[in-house]
Design a protein around this ligand. Structure first.
Ligand SMILES: [Ca+2]
Ligand SMILES: [Ca+2]
Length: 234
């Protein structure tokens, strides 16, 4: 291969890397979610101000459910939860980015939670009334106008495998049961207690899940440097 052709090859690689970085940012991230909640949950996603998509729900903590969906960038994952206020309660899950196999858990510090104080009214389906219920509570939380005073940090309790649940299959042992603590309890997952439920957990995954453009740029600049070094030798 002549140097001239090699140079254009490097330029094309650089352009491709930069273009793929832009394209990934503009579209969506394919996720696999493995989740269970004591006692029940519904998984949604949407914008910061509106629930737009219902993914699934379940009311049996002994089963782990698996879902796959494409999360548009700038969207939030929302997990609605409610317990029976008896024995224990918790949210246990892992979220896998299928582009790069990055994985985070229900105890990731980037999760936030809000308490609606509307026990018995949790939205658990894709009906118009459930979307309206969830969206109205997102707006109240964004305004700081609910029992938790808006979005607050979650509190991680015991790890996957702990009593009374035992190891939940299809979820890594590194995952921890998490919940909202309304009273400073350092492990609000037990005993049974109403922490101003129902609760909504949310996370925005853009920052940690999209390949960093700066990383792509550095790789591209490295290729250009290699190209320049070859040119000097020639
Ligand atoms: Ca389940
Ligand atoms: Ca329970």
């Amino acid at each position: 291969m002549s140097f001239k052709n090699r140079s254009s090859l490097f330029t094309n690689i650089l352009g491709g890397l930069l273009f793929s970085g832009v394209a990934l940012q503009a579209n969506a991230i394919p996720f696999e979610v493995d989740i269970t909640v004591d006692n029940s949950y519904a998984l949604y996603y949407g914008t910061e101000t509106q629930a737009t998509n219902f993914v699934g729900s379940d009311g049996d903590w002994t089963t782990t459910e698996s879902y796959a969906f494409d999360l548009p960038t700038n969207n939030f994952i929302y997990v609605v939860t409610q317990s029976d206020i008896a024995v224990a309660q918790g949210f246990l899950a892992q979220f896998t980015n299928l582009l790069n196999n990055d994985r985070f858990y229900s105890n990731d510090p980037q999760w936030q939670v809000t308490a609606t104080g509307r026990y018995g009214f949790a939205p658990y389906s894709g009906t118009a009334s459930d979307f309206a219920e969830l969206t109205s509570q997102l707006l109240l939380a964004n305004a700081g106008n609910n029992p938790s005073g808006g979005w607050v940090a979650t509190t991680a309790g015991d790890g996957n495998g702990a009593s009374p649940w035992g190891l939940r299959p299809e979820i890594d042992a590194a995952a921890r049961w998490s919940w909202y603590s309304s009273n400073g309890d350092t492990n609000p997952t037990s005993p049974g207690f109403n922490h101003d439920e129902y609760l909504i957990f949310r996370i925005s995954v853009d920052a940690q899940e999209v390949p960093e453009p700066s990383g792509l740029l550095l790789m591209g600049l490295g290729l250009l440097g290699l190209c320049a070094a070859r040119k000097r030798r020639a």
